[in-house]
Design a protein around this ligand. Structure first.
Ligand SMILES: [Fe+2]
Length: 175
């Protein structure tokens, strides 16, 4: 059985000074850490699709998945450091990611390209919704800095979803 990782309160040496109350810091930490876990899960899945793609759209999708993975990866450090700035602790390990992720792993041996598009569109859509929910938690808990970062990440997430959606319109027959 896995060891549950506690993210809040931080041990003394990691308890960053903040004018947010412990309740506010905890609320932000608990809203943001699952987003960091999902960003890791979606990063790996997007990279896996970049590596294991086949079919006539290889070049286009291979390049797009790489761009998308890079944007997801960039969001991870920004969010994890927001958690540290408000006095929480963040992701520590692969098993900690597994404890918090809602985007499930995919170990299939071969996923058709059209299905990859659908899967990633669904995940980016789910992530957009979760980010929007986290923004309202940050707003309620006086953390506009995290809220601002999340708004930018939300825009980039919706951009990925938009690209995937429009591709889906023309990829109904792609194997
Ligand atoms: Fe690559």
């Amino acid at each position: 059985m896995r060891t549950e990782v506690k993210s809040y309160p931080a041990p003394n040496k990691l308890a960053t000074a903040t004018d947010l109350s412990p309740q506010e810091g905890r609320a932000v930490t608990e809203a943001v850490n699952p987003l960091v876990a999902d960003a890791f899960a979606l990063y790996v899945k997007t990279k896996s699709f970049h590596w294991h793609l086949y079919g006539s759209h290889f070049r286009d999708y291979h390049l797009m998945f790489d761009e998308q993975a890079e944007a997801i990866f960039e969001s991870i450090d920004v969010l994890a450091e927001r958690v540290r700035k408000v006095g929480g602790t963040t992701i520590r390990s692969i098993s900690h990611i597994a404890q918090l992720q809602t985007i499930e792993d995919d170990n299939s041996s071969a996923v058709p390209a059209g299905e990859m598009i659908l899967i990633l569109m669904e995940h980016n859509g789910r992530m957009a919704k979760n980010i929007r929910d986290a923004i309202s938690v940050c707003d309620k808990n006086r953390d506009s800095a995290t809220s601002n970062q999340l708004q930018d990440i939300l825009d980039k997430t919706e951009r990925r979803k938009w690209f995937l959606y429009e591709i889906m319109q023309g990829s109904k027959n792609i194997e």
